[in-house]
Ligand binder design. Structure first.
Ligand code: ADP
Length: 399
């Protein structure tokens, strides 16, 4: 069964065509600069040269029509006709309070997603545009929505209700939702498999550390807490986002003459690794600057390590124990120094790395990193959200 996975961002659209159930990737690619100057598509097929085409992409539907054309192209394609695509899976950042698991997309789902755009203003509109584009271009092909928030929907109310007036939760749906759920779900299930145990029998902390970062506590397969909240702004320091700060900083700065939009931009786009280091939002550049002795780059990294450490401690307490600690995503998979520093002096909790293995492991390899006899087993598991989406899509579309 061929399943197309679509991940639509505000000016980009990523795609992957899978052969399911085995999960073989037939082709994948990225459409960039949708609705702005400089549109281009990079189309990749395993074992073949990449193909790059520069083309004006007026909207997500135009981008999708190009994707379908490329997939079935006689020279660059991997299928004879788009009718071979039996289902489409959409990555959707926010499922709100109602969409708690992956589901077939119908009019009702799209209507609900429109109704929650207010709480998901950046990612909601492009995701809906991707779904509507597919509906037009691939009329009767079943579509499945896979939501970043849904894995977190098992959190108990004491983890998701903020200690502000309860009416704000009831009337305005202000609560912790959590994000990156598909990634946390994938790596948690994968680590259980690698350990040869049932996820129901494990206490796991998953650290998804990329440009955006979140940490999740999973007890018996169910999320009990996660660091991102009402938006992906909460939690640890990220590439350009501050993570959690004292909220009173906001009215204070407004009182000092900044507009609310400027404060929002500052917290979202000018903070985190970039804001503290003054170097870059890219952790590689910050690590290089720190290695050369830049004190602000060193400070930015220390804040990051310390933040992650505190969540691991808190979530171990929340679960009364920990069996597995997992690192994933761009930084988690590639940055050995970060893993070493986060796990330094954590032997009290039973976390001890094999330093040599952690340092020398080929980048992005699936592997256990803990020292022999460590009580907690620490793992590196490269994430694969697209495969998870393809799996859910194949399952729901076959019902
Ligand atoms: P996104 O949240 O955009 O999906 P990614 O998961 O791709 O982000 O992670 C991007 C981050 O991973 C960047 O900060 C980048 O510097 C970092 N990263 C990627 N490769 C390496 C590496 N080899 N060493 C350290 N950091 C890396």
């Amino acid at each position: 069964m061929k399943v197309l996975v679509i991940n639509a961002g505000s000016s980009s659209l990523k795609y992957q065509l899978f052969e399911m159930p085995e999960g073989r990737v037939l082709a994948k690619g990225l459409c960039e600069c949708i609705a702005i100057e400089g549109g281009c598509i990079t189309h990749k097929r395993p074992g073949k040269d990449n193909y790059k085409v520069e083309v004006q992409l007026d909207n997500h539907e135009t981008a999708l029509s190009w994707v379908l054309k490329l997939l079935a192209d006689s020279e660059y394609g991997v299928i004879a006709d788009i009718s071979e695509i039996e289902a489409v899976g959409h990555r959707i950042a926010h499922g709100g309070e109602k969409l708690k698991r992956s589901c077939l997309i119908d009019d009702g789902v799209i209507k609900y997603l429109y109704s929650i755009v207010k709480i998901n203003p950046l990612h909601g509109p492009p995701a809906i545009a991707g779904m509507e584009g597919c509906r037009k271009l691939m009329k009767d092909v079943p579509m499945v929505g896979v939501f970043d928030t849904s894995f977190h929907s098992t959190m108990p109310d004491h983890a998701y209700v903020y200690p502000i007036p309860y009416e704000l939760y009831e009337q305005k749906s202000i609560r912790r939702y959590g994000f990156h759920g598909t990634s946390h779900r994938y790596v948690a299930n994968r680590v259980a498999e690698l350990m040869g145990k049932k996820i129901e029998d494990l206490k796991i902390i998953t650290c998804h550390l990329g440009n955006g970062s979140s940490i999740t506590a999973i007890n018996g397969g169910k999320v009990v807490d996660t660091s991102m909240g009402f938006t992906p702004q909460e939690g640890i320091l990220m590439g350009t986002r501050s993570g959690t700060v004292d909220p009173t900083i906001i009215p204070y700065l407004v009182g000092e003459g900044m507009t609310i939009d400027e404060v929002e931009k500052m917290l979202n786009k000018q903070s985190g690794l970039l804001g503290v280091s003054g170097v870059s939002s890219d952790s590689r550049a910050v690590c290089d600057a720190a290695a050369e002795g830049n004190p602000r780059a060193q400070l930015a990294l220390r804040i990051q390590y310390y933040g992650i450490k505190k969540y691991i401690g808190a979530y171990t307490a929340a679960m009364n124990g920990l069996d597995a600690l997992v690192f994933t995503a761009g930084i988690g998979e590639n940055d050995a120094l970060l893993r070493q520093e986060v796990c330094r002096d954590m032997d009290y909790l039973g976390i001890v790395l094999d330093g040599e293995l952690n340092r020398t492991l080929p980048r992005g390899t699936e592997a256990e990193l803990s020292a022999k006899d460590a009580k907690v087993r620490t793992w590196l598991v490269p994430t694969d959200e697209e495969f998870m989406i393809a799996q859910d899509t194949a399952k729901l579309a076959s019902l």
